[in-house]
Write a protein that binds this ligand. Structure first.
Ligand SMILES: Nc1ncnc2c1ncn2[C@@H]1O[C@H](COP(=O)(O)OP(=O)(O)OP(=O)(O)O)[C@@H](O)[C@H]1O
Ligand SMILES: [Mg+2]
Length: 461
C-alpha cells in the first residue's frame, strides 16, 4: 500500500526526496519555509518565456505610434489583446471524450507509445489522503518512455501545437491537446512526474487548484542532474518560483514530497519515463464512471484476470445498424487494448494483469487482401471471418490511423441492411494515406474516435 501525506520518513523515501530537492535541503526545510507569494521575486519571468503568469495573457504594450490625438491622450501606445483561458476550459476540454471515457485513457496510452515506451502500467489504486480523511481512488498510468525535458513538459502543458516536429508514420500525437483532454475527462486533477536521463519534472494540471481563478495556472518544477544529485534547474525557473510551484502542488494535489519522492524513485537512477496520477475521478451518479478490480499484487494475487478496468454502465457504443449488445471492447479496457494498435509494441498491464495484444488481421480466418484507390491514393483492406464475432452477431470494418484504432465495427455494404449479412466478417485497414494531407493536416477527429465529414472518407465509405 502506498501512503502519502504521512510522516513517512523511511530511508528510501528520504533518499528519493534528496533527489527531488537537491543536496542542500531536507524536504522539511523546503516545504515548511515556502515564502509568501507576495514576497517572492518573480524576476525569472523575464528570463524565461515559459513561466506563465496571468499578466502574460493580459494586454501588452507595444506597437507603432498612434496618430489620432484623442487616442494618444488615452494611451501613448497601441494595445494588443492576448487570449485569456478561464479554468472552466479544462472541463470543456474533457468533454472531447464525453462520449466514451476509454478515448480519454487512449490519449495517455498514445503518448506513452509516442515516447517510445516498451512498458505501460495502468491501474486504479486506493491511496490514503489526509485531506480526504481516507482512501481515494487514483488512476495511475506509468511508462518507461523517454520522459520529458523541461521544454517538452512546457509543451505538454500548452494547448495545441502546430504539427509534430518531424513526420513519422508511427506518431499518433497530432493536435497538442490529448493529455489535457484525456486527463480532464478522467478526473479533475492530474499530477505528471517525468524523468529523462538528465532531468526530472513535476507538473500539476488541476481543476481544483484553478477553481475561481481567472486564468489557468499549471505549476511545473524541474530538477536537473548535478553529479549524483538532482538540483532545482535554475536555468528554467528561479528557486522561489520552483518553491512556489511545489507548494501549490503539495497543497492542492494531496501528494506530498514523500509521495512524489517515492514515485520518482520508481524510475530508478538511470531510468526514464513518465507517470500520470489522476484523481477526483469522473462520476457516474453516486459512483465512479469506471469500475475496477483490485490490483494483482503479491498480497492480492486474486486481482489477476478479473477484467481489470471497466466502464460501469457497460453500455455498448451506438453504431448505425448494430443490434448486438455484446461488444466487450466498448466497456472493457483490456478488450480494447488488445486491438488498439495494429502493431503492438508495448507490454501493457491493467490492474497488474498483462494485456494479450493481438494483430487483429492474424486472428481472422479465410482472409483476403484487396486494395483500392481513392484520388490516386491506395488503401489496403484485409477481410476475414471471426467465429467469436459471428457468435456475438458483430461485423464491420476496423479503421486505423497511424496504426491506432479509430473506428471499430463500421458496417459497410450489405452489413448495413441486416445483422445477418456479413455476420462475423471483419475488415482491417489503415487509412492514414487517405486521411492525412500533404500539408500535415488530417481528417481524423481530435478525439481520435472517428473521422471528420470529408470527401476522402465519404469516398471510402
Ligand atoms: N508519456 C509521455 N512521455 C513523453 N512525452 C509525453 C508524454 N505525454 C505527453 N508527452 C509530451 O507532451 C506533448 C503533449 O501531449 P498531448 O497528448 O497533449 O498532445 P500530442 O500528443 O502532441 O497531440 P494529441 O492531441 O494528438 O495527443 C506531447 O507532444 C509529448 O511531447
Ligand atoms: Mg497525445
Amino acid at each position: 500500500m502506498v501512503l502519502y501525506e504521512t510522516e513517512l520518513k523511511e530511508h528510501g523515501a528520504c533518499k528519493n526526496m534528496a533527489g527531488i530537492y537537491g543536496r542542500s535541503n531536507t524536504s522539511e526545510e523546503t516545504c515548511d519555509n515556502i515564502p509568501c507569494i507576495k514576497e517572492m521575486n518573480f524576476s525569472h519571468k523575464h528570463q524565461n518565456p515559459y513561466i506563465t503568469e496571468s499578466s502574460q495573457f493580459n494586454s501588452v504594450e507595444d506597437g507603432p505610434r498612434i496618430l489620432d490625438p484623442a487616442v494618444n491622450k488615452r494611451t501613448s501606445t497601441h494595445t494588443r489583446n492576448f487570449i485569456k483561458t478561464n479554468p472552466s476550459y479544462l472541463r470543456t476540454l474533457g468533454q472531447t471524450h464525453a462520449g466514451w471515457i476509454f478515448g480519454a485513457v487512449a490519449e495517455l496510452i498514445d503518448n506513452s507509445r509516442d515516447a517510445g515506451a516498451s512498458r505501460l502500467d495502468i491501474s486504479i489504486q486506493s491511496m490514503f489522503s489526509k485531506k480526504a480523511k481516507g482512501k481515494v481512488p487514483v488512476l495511475c498510468v506509468s511508462d518507461d518512455g523517454r520522459g520529458m525535458t523541461y521544454e517538452e513538459m512546457m509543451r505538454m502543458v500548452s494547448f495545441g501545437h502546430d504539427k509534430p516536429n518531424e513526420y513519422c508514420q508511427d506518431q499518433i500525437g497530432r493536435f497538442g491537446i490529448g493529455l489535457k483532454s484525456g486527463a480532464m475527462k478522467l478526473g479533475k486533477d492530474a499530477l505528471v512526474l517525468t524523468q529523462t536521463s538528465t532531468s526530472r519534472s513535476v507538473s500539476f494540471l488541476s481543476q481544483s487548484f484553478n477553481d475561481k481563478k481567472d486564468n489557468i495556472e499549471i505549476p511545473v518544477v524541474t530538477y536537473c542532474k548535478e553529479g549524483q544529485y538532482m538540483e532545482v534547474d535554475l536555468d528554467v525557473h528561479s528557486k522561489a518560483a520552483a518553491e512556489h510551484n511545489l507548494d501549490a502542488i503539495k497543497e492542492f494535489s494531496r501528494f506530498n514530497e514523500y509521495f512524489i519522492g517515492e514515485k520518482v524513485g520508481l524510475f530508478g537512477e538511470d531510468g526514464t519515463g513518465t507517470q500520470v496520477y489522476i484523481w477526483n475521478l469522473d462520476r457516474w451518479g453516486e459512483d465512479y464512471a469506471l469500475e475496477w478490480n483490485p490490483e494483482n499484487t503479491d498480497e492480492n494475487p486474486a486481482g489477476h484476470g478479473n477484467g481489470g478496468i471497466l466502464i460501469r454502465s457497460k453500455r455498448v457504443r451506438s453504431r448505425p445498424r448494430q443490434t448486438s449488445k455484446d461488444v466487450p471492447l466498448d466497456y472493457s479496457l483490456k478488450a480494447y487494448l488488445e486491438v488498439m494498435f495494429l502493431n503492438p509494441q508495448m507490454k501493457i498491464t491493467v490492474q497488474g494483469s498483462l494485456v494479450i495484444t493481438r494483430h487483429l488481421e492474424k486472428t481472422l480466418d479465410k482472409t483476403s487482401v484487396m486494395s483500392g484507390e481513392i484520388k490516386g491514393r491506395t488503401i489496403w483492406l484485409t477481410l476475414g471471418m471471426s467465429v467469436e464475432e459471428y457468435d456475438r452477431v458483430n461485423c464491420g470494418m476496423f479503421l486505423f490511423w497511424h496504426g491506432r484504432l479509430i473506428e471499430s465495427y463500421k458496417r459497410v455494404g450489405g452489413q448495413q441492411h441486416s445483422p445477418d449479412v456479413g455476420r462475423g466478417m471483419i475488415g482491417v485497414a489503415d487509412i492514414t494515406d487517405i486521411i492525412d494531407n500533404e500539408d500535415g493536416s488530417t481528417w481524423v477527429l481530435n478525439s481520435k474516435q472517428g473521422f471528420q465529414d470529408c470527401e476522402m472518407y465519404v469516398k471510402l465509405e
